[in-house]
Design a protein around this ligand. Sequence first.
Ligand SMILES: Cc1cc2nc3c(=O)[nH]c(=O)nc-3n(C[C@H](O)[C@H](O)[C@H](O)COP(=O)(O)OP(=O)(O)OC[C@H]3O[C@@H](n4cnc5c(N)ncnc54)[C@H](O)[C@@H]3O)c2cc1C
Length: 540
Amino acid sequence: MSAAANEYDYVIVGAGTAGSLMAARLVETPGVTVCLLEAGPADTNPNIGFPPGFMKMIFNPNATWGFMAEPGEGLNGRSIPAIQGRVVGGSMAVNGMVYTRGQAADFDKWAQLGNPGWSYDDILPYFRKTESNTDKGDAQYRGHEGKLPIVALDWKNELVDTFIKSAGELGIPHNVDYNGKSQAGAGVYQYNIGKGKRINTARAFLHIARKTGRIDLRVDARATRVLFEGKVAKGVSYTDDKGASVKTVMARREVILCSGAINTPRLLQVSGVGDPEHLREIGVDVVKALPGVGQNLRDHITPRTVVKVAGATSLNQIANSKVKVAGQMFQWLRNKPSVIGIGVVLGQIFWKSDPALDNPDMLVTFTPGSFKEGFLGVLDDVPGMTLGAWQLRPESSGYVKARSTDLFEAPAIQPNYLAAEKDRNVLLSGQKLIRRLLNETSLKKYVVEEMMPGPSVQTDDELKAYARRQALAGYHYCGTCKMGPASDPLAVVDATLKVHGLDRLRVIDASIMPDITSGNTNAPTMMIAEKGADMVKAAA
Ligand SMILES: Cc1cc2nc3c(=O)[nH]c(=O)nc-3n(C[C@H](O)[C@H](O)[C@H](O)COP(=O)(O)OP(=O)(O)OC[C@H]3O[C@@H](n4cnc5c(N)ncnc54)[C@H](O)[C@@H]3O)c2cc1C
């Protein structure tokens, strides 16, 4: 493939979780060529592979987009960071590495919404295809032959063990595999980590597939428009990171958008696909009226409880001791269990806010460490632990809107966190479960002081008010180009992920989720890419 080639079988926009996997799967077909455009730089930053490097990456302008959400009424008018990866590997180059598939019922609902082929039974093989699960997961659910390593936490910590034991004391059973038959219960997290290093779809798939010589990965290449002839997508225009010059690249077969749930709808909007009224406002001619583009923005949100502890080792003591860090580093270099080779959250409880429910609707996450002011960044000087309350399927929904046709101007991102009363109530149940863990179980013996929200916050209203003033995003943006039948006025893609009413254009990333999944969104996005790749190949 010559460097000057300007026509490929497929043009993919975005080398993130979905795009990196998609490109690799497409070139499995002999002779197929792919041009993969990535707005960010190559993934050479050593902090990508180094799990604790996460904290240095999420606010790094060379690795993330630097977006802020619009002020939210449900957050007392606060505007909070809306982090998205902008580097080869995408958000999976900067994320928390947690591997969570969600619940079977999530995908059965997708199918019930009019999306044939997306029930849990239909999509389970795609989850299994990607992963090489090194634990003894049930082969009915878990994959062992894929290229992406998934490991359960192997670093032992007394606080994590006690957290799981304490859940048991409240009647919540231990679940060894929340990605297996059932999500319900308490246990340790699983991560996309191999030999102590972050492995994302760029590292597990893309870079290996590039050895075919048939993937032209162009970095610092920001797509500015999808180019249409009538209703047919023919190519993409793009510019470098400074907007210096505009180039084009053409697709013989399809243009595939994998730019993530914030940037994919924005690119469609500036290309003339969206709500006609919004397109008029930003001065774009309508190619196809699809009012759902950018709507249905979903995310998780979490208020955190921060506790000062004594009597056990927390991450804070390790991080603040050169000797302990050196010891952990030594272990990590020998590929032994070490605090260096793990994700950001360690323990979880997936549970029900109401015993009458069939499936968990809330989550409590556990980290045997605490950060200054409760925000990810610098670990506290004093020993601590952090517990996060989450609602698994928030109903609050917002939008992404391009403010102009300038791809260098951040879009308006409004997730409308905590707008739905149900969301506030389920989150409250999670906050109360945390209080019970701290006050009624074995975990209590380590508690010196609850630093946040602290003893002054007691009533339901006070806990809800704390969530409004402290909660931060999950960064699990999805739903903004939702999949659904043409009869759904807000559907953007059909069940084959083709954009309604247009030819040779698909969206294959977190945007297409019709509803948010019960947990982190990276594993479902990989599943979408695996299934999407099969559908693209079948159409060739
Ligand atoms: C800080 C953070 C922590 C998270 N933690 C977890 C976790 O622990 N577990 C989990 O399951 N999920 C987590 N997530 C969410 C998960 O990473 C995402 O759901 C997933 O990566 C989405 O994949 P995607 O392919 O849709 O988009 P992305 O992976 O974001 O990829 C989109 C790519 O497209 C590129 N792009 C965008 N616009 C353009 C353009 N115009 N031209 C060219 N390229 C473009 C971007 O730069 C990016 O590389 C986290 C996310 C973040 C940001």
